[in-house]
Design a protein around this ligand. Structure first.
Ligand SMILES: [Ca+2]
Ligand SMILES: [Ca+2]
Length: 492
């Protein structure tokens, strides 16, 4: 009896190990379904947004553990994805902007997540936008066994498609069509779901899931939406009547207590001024919502296919969106800033034998934890260069202690440190912001100059990345640019 009790106790303490068979022999490695979403901010039903309709994401989140304080490593497609997929923070790699080709910048031999799985006996397949640029762009096709080509792309990105220029209306500068320089681009499409690129990506991965697999697999499905242009089939807009649209809560003078480096990121005279002038703020919100619901429907199709497959019980699902989005908060639009709206994004894990349904984790995590967590869960060694550490213990017990903040970087040497209660921003020129998020969730009051919060600032500042590599890509570091401009002005 005592022995039996010991065995039960040991089993209970050790927990289920997905890489360990019941008879102590290593079991088949778990598969991975890796789902990337582009530009989806925290506007999902399960994170409390009352306006958006995301039934499929809500259902999926309920199946495992979702995070309420999850943040990107960088609020921009390429650096966010490059950091997550290489395991190197922007300051470590020097990949800061959308023009920095990580393949030429990261140290030679940097093994990405897909390549690491490939090297460890996995069948590695991708579709859509995983690296910046989908199948083209900054992808490295040799890291994959198979990748859906961009030829499968649908109407909305096809330059020869009849809808181009006619149906895409924009607010702001790009009035003449959706190809203008800048501007917030949106407008419903006269097409079907099946004409969209994301539909093709889902179909491709669902087909792979329906097939028997000889090896464990790593399947990555990357959604292009809700990235701009916010152009999806008309039926999604009809879910959001314009007269019911709620604008985000903003404070008119929110920028008054923000230092110059923060104002430079907000660019209040750019998109926001154009949106106000156009009178189409509500329309823009409506069309972002419609595009989110389209994305949600595609996730629904993917999960439906997954649930019908034979791999459902031995497959880990990891879903993330590459960063957040501003829709007028701080007079800012898009990502490209270090505030909550630009950096917080949906993130969830469903791990057979590890996560329990309905898990909600309020700890602060960033995406540097994805690579080591995948290694941990699949029994793969963690490559030496990989920063961050496994969050397995949070997947097992979402309330487990975790004393690490999330760290975000935008361009050279601008960082934000987010703990459960606070956000501290330090720009390259030394400008600072401090928000008490648990009291001020919309980050309206910058406390950085108040002496009574010096201790909080000091504690958070300890986490600032120590390595800030020179930017070698096309977007130069702003400090250097300013110095050069000064030199030019002095010379003239
Ligand atoms: Ca993005
Ligand atoms: Ca303010």
């Amino acid at each position: 009896m005592k022995r039996l009790l010991m065995v039960i106790l040991c089993l209970g303490l050790s927990g289920f190990n997905p890489t360990q068979g019941a008879d102590d022999k290593p079991a088949a490695k778990p598969n991975v379904l890796f789902i990337a979403i582009d530009d989806l901010r925290d506007w999902v039903g399960y994170l409390g947004n009352k306006q958006v309709k995301t039934p499929n994401l809500d259902k999926l989140a309920a199946r495992g553990v979702h995070f309420t304080r999850s943040f990107c490593a960088s609020p921009c497609c390429n650096p966010s994805r490059a950091a997550l997929l290489t395991g190197l923070r922007p300051g470590t790699s020097g990949v800061y902007g959308n023009s920095d080709d990580w393949r030429k910048i990261v140290p030679e031999g940097t093994v990405t997540i897909p390549l690491h799985f490939k090297n460890n006996g996995y069948h590695v397949v991708g579709a859509g936008k995983i690296f910046h640029g989908g199948a083209g762009g900054f992808n490295r096709l040799s890291d994959w066994d198979d990748y859906l080509s961009d030829r499968g792309r649908g109407n909305e990105d096809d330059p020869n498609a009849p809808v181009r220029g006619k149906k895409h209306k924009s607010a702001g500068q790009a009035k003449e069509g959706w190809d203008g320089v800048g501007g917030i681009r949106f407008g419903p499409l006269d097409c079907e779901d099946k004409d969209m690129a994301d539909y093709q990506s889902v179909s491709y991965i669902v087909k792979k899931l329906s097939q028997p697999q000889e090896k464990p697999f790593f399947f990555a499905c990357g959604m292009h939406k809700p990235h701009m242009p916010w152009s999806v089939p008309k039926k999604y807009y009809e879910l959001y009547p314009l007269d019911k649209i709620q604008l985000p809560k903003v404070q008119e003078n929110d920028l008054d207590d923000i230092p110059p480096a923060g104002i430079a990121m907000a660019k209040p005279n750019g998109d926001h001024a154009a949106i106000l002038k156009s009178g189409r703020w509500k329309e823009a919100v409506q069309e972002y919502l419609a595009t989110i619901t389209f994305c949600d429907a595609m996730i629904g199709r993917l999960i439906e296919g997954f649930d019908k497959s034979a791999h459902k019980d031995n497959t880990i699902i990891c879903l993330w969106s590459d960063h957040g989005w501003h829709l007028g908060e701080k007079q800012h639009w898009r990502k490209f800033a270090l505030w909550e709206e630009a950096t917080r994004a949906p993130y969830m894990w469903i791990v057979p034998g590890v996560t329990k349904p309905g898990g909600v984790c309020n700890r602060t995590v960033d995406y540097m934890q994805i690579y080591p967590t995948l290694c941990d869960l699949c029994g793969l060694p963690k490559p030496q260069h990989v920063e961050g550490e496994s969050i397995r213990k949070l997947l097992t017990d979402p309330a487990a202690p975790w004393d690490k903040p999330a760290i975000m970087t935008w361009l050279y040497n601008n960082h934000a440190i987010r703990s459960e209660d606070w956000r501290y921003i330090r720009y390259a020129n030394g400008d600072e912001e401090l928000y008490h998020n648990s009291m001020d969730p919309l980050e309206w009051t910058n406390l950085a100059k108040k002496p009574e919060y010096a201790k909080e600032k000091e504690e958070l500042a300890k986490w600032l990345p120590k390595v800030n590599k020179e930017q070698t890509g096309k977007i130069k570091n702003p400090e250097k640019k300013a110095k050069k401009a000064k030199k030019r002005a002095a010379a003239s």
